[in-house]
Structure formats: structure tokens, C-alpha cells
Design a protein around this ligand. Structure first.
Ligand SMILES: Nc1ncnc2c1ncn2[C@@H]1O[C@H](COP(=O)(O)OP(=O)(O)OP(=O)(O)O)[C@@H](O)[C@H]1O
Ligand SMILES: [Mg+2]
Length: 259
């Protein structure tokens, strides 16, 4: 395999007496979809916030393209090419898709020499990028609020990719979506990965992870339970690692189905 684009090395994060991360090591490679799983409170969000410059690690270091990386600000991460799509998406529903597409991204816009908002250029790029992700907008002026949740996720992902993401972090992008929208988002993730971008996909849902994941890391109480690749994982094995299989098996037995 090639060199990892990012290596999180023995990362610890303490919030006062709470140890959210107790030494997590994770490598992500270009072109892979690396799924980060774990139950509520496992440390997933804390971990990706450390990866994207929102939190400073209490201990441990980050290597990006083989070199140590220190963030003073989340904008440093964006400039380096580490983009995060959060569930709330940071979009303005009443504004057009094109406006939303070009909103924010100040450091990257400057790097690309775009000092002002060029309406026609923005419209053209937005239509093209969305078409490539399989979404045919009525027009670039269509308001983001009229898109489905899955389509909005895709706008946010396409936007991050267009503005130069090398590592794309997705925090629970499918958790609020129905079946069809979920499959659209999963196919967007697949397209992005095939462009050589490293995707970190956080999810509670083992089936969603297995649909697109190349490797799987399970967090539990601030520690990794290990990383496995898709040849060696099974849905049952992942589910067990996530939730403590014995408890779940007992519950399934008493409910007479699959939890
Ligand atoms: N800013 C903070 N201050 C204090 N404790 C925090 C802070 N952020 C997270 N924690 C604690 O760290 C632990 C890990 O939380 P985190 O949000 O990273 O979990 P998670 O895996 O993302 O959970 P979920 O699946 O519910 O989103 C929890 O015990 C949480 O209470
Ligand atoms: Mg979280």
C-alpha cells in the first residue's frame, strides 16, 4: 500500500478529568474509505475534531503526508486539505445551491485566487459538480432547502472535494436518512474514494459501513479495538465489537430478531 496521507499517532484527549481518547492510533490511505465505528460516547467525534484542528490533542501527534502537523485553528486543517462534513452541514436553506457551494471555504478560495464571487462561474461549476455526483439540479438558483437530506449531504461532499479535500471526514452522514437517500450518499462516498481521496466515514450503522468501507476501526471508551479490512470482517463481528456482543445476543434472543 502507498504511504498513509494522515497518521494519528497515539492521540490522547482529556477534558478535565474525562479521558475521551486514551491513545488512539489510526492511519488513513489515499483512495480508501476508512470507517470509524463505535457506540455513543466512544470518542468518535472527539477523534475527528482532533483530526480536523477543532481540538488540540492532550498527547500524541499527527503526521500529514509524512510530516508533523500542528493546527492553531480549524482553518489550518482546511488549508492542508482536511475537510469535515458535519451532520448539520453548515448550509443556509434559503440560499441557492451555488451560493452554498461557494460559501465559506475562505482559505481555499484565496489559495485558488478567487477573491470575489463570480456568479456565472459559480453556477457553471455547481451544476457540473452536482451532475458528476448524480444530482440533476433544476438550476443553480434552486434553494438548498428544497433538496432532500441526502442531496444536501452530497452538496456538502462535492463542495469539500471541489475545494481540494485530500482527506474527507464525514460525521454520521447517513444517520438521519431513509433507504434511498442513504444509498445515494454511499454511492457519493464511493465516487469520492475512487478519485483517490481518503474518506473517514463515521457511522453507528454496520451495514452502511460494510457497503462502502475498505477498512474498519472500532472505538470503545476512547480506545481502538483494532482495525480490520473488508476481507476479515463480518457484520456480526463488527456489531459485537461495537456494542459488546454478549449483551446484544441476549437482547436479540429475548426480542426474537436482529437488533
Ligand atoms: N467538550 C467536552 N467536554 C467534556 N467532555 C467531553 C467533551 N466532548 C466530549 N466529551 C466526552 O468525551 C467522551 C466521548 O465523546 P464523543 O462525543 O467523542 O463520543 P462519540 O463517539 O462521538 O459519541 P456519539 O456516537 O454519541 O456521537 C464522552 O464521554 C463525552 O462526554
Ligand atoms: Mg459523535
Amino acid at each position: 500500500m502507498a504511504e498513509p496521507i494522515i497518521r494519528m499517532n497515539n492521540i490522547e484527549k482529556h477534558f478535565g478529568a474525562v479521558i475521551a481518547l486514551a491513545g488512539v492510533t489510526l492511519e488513513v490511505y489515499p483512495g480508501e474509505c476508512h470507517c470509524l465505528l463505535g457506540d455513543n460516547g466512544a470518542g468518535k467525534s472527539t477523534f475527528i475534531k482532533t483530526m480536523s484542528g477543532v481540538h488540540k490533542p492532550t498527547k500524541g501527534d499527527i503526521l500529514f503526508e509524512g510530516k508533523p502537523l500542528h493546527f492553531d485553528d480549524p482553518r489550518d486543517a482546511i488549508s492542508a486539505g482536511i475537510a469535515t462534513v458535519y451532520q448539520d452541514l453548515a448550509m443556509i436553506p434559503l440560499m441557492s445551491v451555488a451560493r452554498n457551494f461557494f460559501m465559506g471555504n475562505e482559505p481555499t478560495r484565496k489559495r485558488l485566487g478567487l477573491s470575489f464571487y463570480d456568479h456565472d462561474h459559480a453556477n457553471e461549476i455547481t451544476m457540473r459538480e452536482m451532475r458528476e455526483m448524480g444530482i440533476n439540479l433544476r438550476g443553480p438558483d434552486q434553494a438548498v432547502g428544497t433538496l432532500s437530506g441526502g442531496e444536501r449531504q452530497t452538496v456538502a461532499i462535492a463542495r469539500a472535494v471541489h475545494f481540494g479535500a485530500k482527506v474527507l471526514i464525514l460525521d454520521e452522514p447517513t444517520s438521519a436518512l431513509g433507504v434511498r437517500q442513504t444509498s445515494n450518499v454511499l454511492s457519493t462516498i464511493d465516487k469520492v474514494r475512487k478519485q483517490g481521496i481518503a474518506v473517514v466515514f463515521i457511522t453507528h450503522n454496520v451495514r452502511h459501513a460494510l457497503a462502502v468501507g475498505d477498512r474498519f476501526t472500532v472505538l470503545n471508551r476512547g480506545q481502538t479495538l483494532g482495525t480490520a479490512d473488508r476481507q476479515t470482517v463480518t457484520p456480526e463481528g463488527l456489531q459485537d465489537m461495537m456494542a459488546g456482543g454478549q449483551q446484544l445476543a441476549t437482547l436479540e434472543g429475548s426480542l426474537g430478531g436482529t437488533v
